[in-house]
Design a protein around this ligand. Structure first.
Ligand SMILES: [Zn+2]
Length: 120
């Protein structure tokens, strides 16, 4: 199964509104690729409002979301950037759901840059 994440960053003209839109899979592995990007976006403009919009994502892992939130909360507590507003669907979509285009078994074949899962 292919758990690729895609990210689009939208910044308005005055740089005060930064929207990070994720499609694909937001999992505990892919969130680690997302974090540096969020970190950079939060430092673009002082006082910017940063929103992470995961509503178009095809697959969201609750653990991945938790890890991301924890990492950002921690940085906010250290005054390393503004808080991030999360927009996520009420029911987290899964690859295993009946509407998923990639019905598959197991959790192998993870593809996340720069992390690679189990080379053996
Ligand atoms: Zn997935």
């Amino acid at each position: 199964m292919d758990h690729k994440i895609s990210v689009t960053v939208q910044i308005d003209m005055d740089g005060q509104d930064i929207r990070i839109i994720t499609t694909g899979c937001l999992t505990r592995l892919s969130q680690s690729a997302l974090l540096p990007l969020i970190r950079r976006a939060r430092k673009l403009t002082a006082g910017a409002r940063v929103t992470l919009d995961a509503t178009p994502a095809r697959h969201i892992e609750a653990l991945g979301l938790d890890l991301l939130r924890d990492a950002i909360d921690y940085e906010v507590s250290l005054s390393q950037g503004p808080p991030v507003h999360f927009v996520v669907p009420t029911h987290l979509p899964s690859h295993l759901g009946p509407a998923g285009p990639h019905l598959s078994n197991g959790l192998t074949g993870l593809q996340v840059e720069p992390l690679k899962e189990g080379a053996s």
